[in-house]
Design a protein around this ligand. Structure first.
Ligand code: SAM
Length: 284
């Protein structure tokens, strides 16, 4: 199936696969003629072609809503940013995933499952991208918010966003972005909510979870871990990897609805730190 997404460089020099997607689709139709959709069906079958069109329409709608959200809040968080052309700290570039943001409705839905008092918690987004999730988290009463991001250009955009963000509902203004490889990040000794939206491969994830568990064992405190991904394969390895640490129990959560503002539907799971080990508790 052809892809519509070579993307283009935006004003910060980052390659955004979402920008100009509709124009590219129209360009392809113009170039190949009005019979191209029929050729597509003949080549790939009706079901695959319908799936392709649905995925792309969904992407266009979600991207439009994301850009509207950005405009309303004075920031730049939308798009699908490729890592290839970015300056990255550390040696894990090839383990990282493109920068695609959590949608506002998805984030609020996940937050309803936390059921924790957030007033003393530091929210940490591992792989913070352009800061969308940090800004969404700032509408909750966290004590502090930290984003860890290894791509220099994204860190710069994130810092600019944090200064420019305007939202009358903002509750936490103590927001920081740390430019670092997540595998080398040292967690602060405060109660935590640690958020992952499919930032990297299992190899890096295992290191980060093991650093987190060591930090929690050294300095006992409350911690929730949220793992979200639109790739089922990632959810399938992330859940057992977290439970295998024998430090977390999985909390029951309702399934994620298919929100229109999400480019892809996120599957997610929420875990709570249990100092005595969570291994003998049934996973939800
Ligand atoms: C799917 S995006 C998630 C963006 C943001 N967390 C959100 O939910 O809106 C993944 C981000 O993780 C970053 N990333 C990937 N590997 C990383 C690593 N080893 N250390 C720090 N950041 C990383 C990428 O640059 C990208 O911005």
């Amino acid at each position: 199936m052809p892809e519509l997404d070579t993307g283009r460089l935006d004003r910060d020099g980052v390659q955004d696969r979402s920008a100009g997607r509709l124009a590219r689709a129209i360009g392809i139709l113009r170039e190949r003629g009005p019979l191209e959709p029929f050729r597509l069906v003949r080549r790939h079958g009706l079901a695959a072609s319908a799936g392709f069109v649905t995925r792309n329409v969904r992407h266009l709608v979600a991207d439009r809503l994301a850009r509207n959200w950005d405009r309303d809040h004075g920031v730049d968080t939308a798009g699908s940013i490729q890592l290839a052309g970015l300056n990255v700290v550390g040696t894990n570039r090839d383990q990282g995933n493109e920068c695609l943001c959590t949608s506002p409705r998805t984030f609020d839905f996940i937050m309803r499952s936390l059921a924790a008092d957030l007033g003393d918690r530091t929210f940490i987004d591992i792989g913070a991208g352009k800061s969308r999730t940090l800004l969404l988290a700032s509408r909750y009463p966290f004590a502090k918010i930290v984003g860890v991001e290894f791509a220099h250009e994204l860190v710069e955009i994130a810092k600019r966003n944090i200064t420019a963000f305007h939202d009358p509902g903002q509750k936490c203004r103590d927001i920081e972005v740390v430019e670092a490889d997540a595998a080398a990040y040292k967690f602060p000794p405060t109660p935590l909510v640690v958020y992952f939206y499919n930032p990297f491969s299992k190899r890096v994830f295992d290191i980060v979870i093991s650093n987190l568990v060591a930090s929690l064992r050294e300095n006992g405190r409350a911690c929730h871990v949220v793992y979200g991904s639109s790739s089922h394969a990632a959810i399938d390895w992330a859940k057992p990897a977290i439970l295998a640490s024998n430090a977390f129990e999985q909390l029951p959560t309702p399934p994620m609805p298919g929100f229109l503002d999400a480019v892809r539907r996120i599957d997610y799971a929420v875990f709570r730190y249990r100092p005595d080990g969570g291994e003998d508790r049934p996973a939800a």
